[in-house]
Write a protein that binds this ligand. Structure first.
Ligand SMILES: Nc1ncnc2c1ncn2[C@@H]1O[C@H](COP(=O)(O)OP(=O)(O)O)[C@@H](O)[C@H]1O
Ligand SMILES: [Mg+2]
Length: 292
């Protein structure tokens, strides 16, 4: 049975099994996550490293996992989602996974919930466990950190790839969530696609995987069927979280996208924005498959 068939079967099983999949009820009136002016961040510079102050109350109000609402339904769902990812990263899987601390979040198309998933996963791991998390804004065409955290445009990934004199430490942003560090997308570049698929990016990923092997690094990545850089990124990732939008993402698109990331040893599928019959709610179903 192919991976997609296994995953689809598992997703189906989870959807049918009442109570197995956490299904948060989220009032329709609750603000969408990209609503402006609610989530704010203030850049603060120090001599050695920059840091930003995330508006955690606004993030919680917008439905994100934050340190202050560990018992929310979203927090509960991400607790379940992160468990196998962290087990692999800790080398607890049956077969050791290379670069298991590099986790890419992707999907077939824009707008399917990659950023929502990446931010919540990063926040969930950083707030609850003794794990340092780096969230990389790698969907450079549609960066999420300025939108969700209301950050100004700051130097980041693209600058690092362009400028050989820059170090990773120069562009990392500490946050008021102790264990969460951010790497912004950086200055827009007409060569963004080439930069992400370049040898410099491969070297950076190798450096991250080895030098920060005790750190979980989450890449909010471009969609697989729109551009090609995600496919190149995928070849260096230990684990991929593949977001499927319930009742939206086409099965044929999922199959085509999964075929492009065959090389990654661990792929976990997340069913995002499940709908209920009697009420509209957002939530996660999840299923996962290993290997090809
Ligand atoms: N599970 C969810 N619950 C609530 N809102 C969501 C959820 N998933 C996605 N959204 C919203 O849907 C929109 C698209 O999601 P986003 O994560 O930005 O997609 P992508 O990064 O794949 O382009 C955003 O407004 C986001 O806040
Ligand atoms: Mg995004």
């Amino acid at each position: 049975m192919s991976l997609i068939e296994k995953a689809a079967q598992r997703l189906e099983g989870l959807r049918q099994g009442a109570g197995q999949v956490p299904q948060p009820s989220r009032p329709a009136s609750q603000p969408r996550l990209d609503e402006p002016a609610k989530v704010g961040a203030v850049p603060v510079s120090t001599s050695s490293s920059k840091s930003v102050e995330l508006d955690l109350a606004a993030l919680a109000e917008a439905g994100f996992v934050t340190p202050d609402n560990p018992r929310s339904l979203t927090a509960e769902e991400f607790r379940v989602l992160k468990r196998p990812l962290l087990a692999n990263a800790a080398g607890k899987s049956a077969a050791p996974v290379r670069n298991a601390n590099l986790i890419m979040v992707t999907s077939t198309q824009p707008g399917e919930g990659k950023s929502f998933t990446a931010v919540n996963l990063a926040m969930s791991i950083a707030t609850e466990l003794d794990k340092t998390v780096l969230l990389v804004d790698a969907d450079v065409a549609r960066p999420s950190l300025p939108r969700l955290f209301k950050l100004p445009q700051l130097p980041g990934l693209l600058d690092l790839l362009k400028d050989k004199s820059m170090n990773l430490g120069d562009v990392l942003l500490k946050t008021n969530v102790g264990k969460l560090t951010l790497l912004p997308a950086g200055s827009p570049s007409p060569h963004a696609t080439e930069l992400l698929a370049s040898g410099a990016m491969a070297r950076l990923l190798a450096e991250m995987a080895s030098r920060y092997s005790d750190r979980i690094i989450i890449f909010d990545s471009p969609p697989l069927l729109v551009t090609t850089e995600s496919r190149v990124l995928a070849t260096n990732m230990g684990q991929i979280v593949f977001v499927v939008q319930a009742e939206q993402t086409l099965r044929s698109a999922v199959q085509a996208a999964l075929a492009t990331i065959e090389s990654c040893p661990v792929k976990m599928m997340v069913l995002n924005q499940t709908r209920h019959v009697d009420k509209v709610a957002y939530g996660y179903g999840y299923g996962y498959g290993y290997g090809n």
